[in-house]
Ligand binder design. Structure first.
Ligand code: SAM
Length: 250
């Protein structure tokens, strides 16, 4: 009898994304996610001196963009931490970031973010959140590591309200969550986040007529998917240090 234990959900994710990293997907994702990520970053109101977490950072291209935006300024020297479950993605991210003094990459799971509490002013997570096996736990962890009044920005391409995004679910080799924007809003509120809102971010990059897609049924579906756009969830951690009148803390 074999006593090989089946991999845990996190181990499966690590294996799968190490495979992606080995196939060069880390860099390809920069091309696919850049437009929607830049639009998200504009909404983040990034300032020099801030402490930022990039959760599910992959090969770290967005982490480096963030690092440029928060580096030295009158408010100090900002820091950006990229966390990813794939050690191979993190290895590639570190190799590409040697010229950055204010970036750090750590291997870790959203279920146990390897950082201290009340630290990050802002969190960005690009195309990663729907993979987290326990999204409740990930939100509790995000709440823990965010500073009071910290801002959370979760950007995802796979959600019910963009029906074209559902085409690629059967092609994925790991389980994913498929929720609607309204369901995500409820989930964030359940975890005591405030100012919970969402918007859709279209991807305005042109699609060449000869573009080969394996993820969509047709080029028209890919174009429609980009037009409907990604879901951006935004929320704040309340400042429980100075409770507003009427707030009771037990
Ligand atoms: C589709 S890729 C996106 C990577 C990057 N944000 C980008 O846009 O290029 C998803 C990333 O999330 C990471 N990831 C998946 N599940 C995770 C988890 N439970 N904890 C931390 N990272 C996770 C994967 O390893 C992978 O690098």
């Amino acid at each position: 009898m074999s006593n090989d234990k089946p991999p845990s959900p996190d181990e499966r994710l690590q294996q799968e994304f190490n495979r992606w990293a080995g196939e060069g997907e880390g860099e390809k994702m920069e091309r696919h996610h850049l437009d929607i990520t830049e639009k998200t970053m504009r909404r983040m109101d990034l300032r020099p001196g801030e402490r930022i977490l990039d959760l599910g950072c992959g090969s770290g291209w967005a982490t480096r963009l963030l690092a440029r935006m928060v580096s030295e300024g009158p408010q100090g020297f900002g820091q950006v931490v990229g966390v990813d479950i794939s050690d191979e993605m993190v290895r590639q991210a570190r190799a590409a970031s040697r010229d950055f003094e204010n970036v750090m990459f750590v291997v870790g799971s959203a279920a146990q973010i390897p950082w201290e509490e009340n630290f990050f002013d802002k969190v960005l997570s690009v195309e990663s959140f729907y993979y987290y096996p326990d999204q409740d736990r990930a939100l509790a962890e995000l709440f823990r590591v965010m500073a009071p009044r910290g801002r959370l920005f979760i950007l995802i391409n796979l959600y019910k309200d963009n029906p074209y995004s559902l085409h690629w679910v059967p092609k994925l080799k790991v389980p994913v969550h498929v929720r609607s924007a309204a369901e995500y809003v409820e989930l964030l509120k359940k975890h005591a986040f405030e100012n919970v809102e969402y918007c859709q971010i279209p991807d305005d990059t042109p699609t060449p007529d000869n573009y080969q897609t394996t993820s969509f049924h047709s080029l028209d579906d890919l174009k429609a998917f980009k037009r409907v756009g990604a879901l951006l969830l935004m929320a704040s951690k309340p400042d429980l240090r100075n409770p507003a009148p009427g707030y009771t803390i037990y």
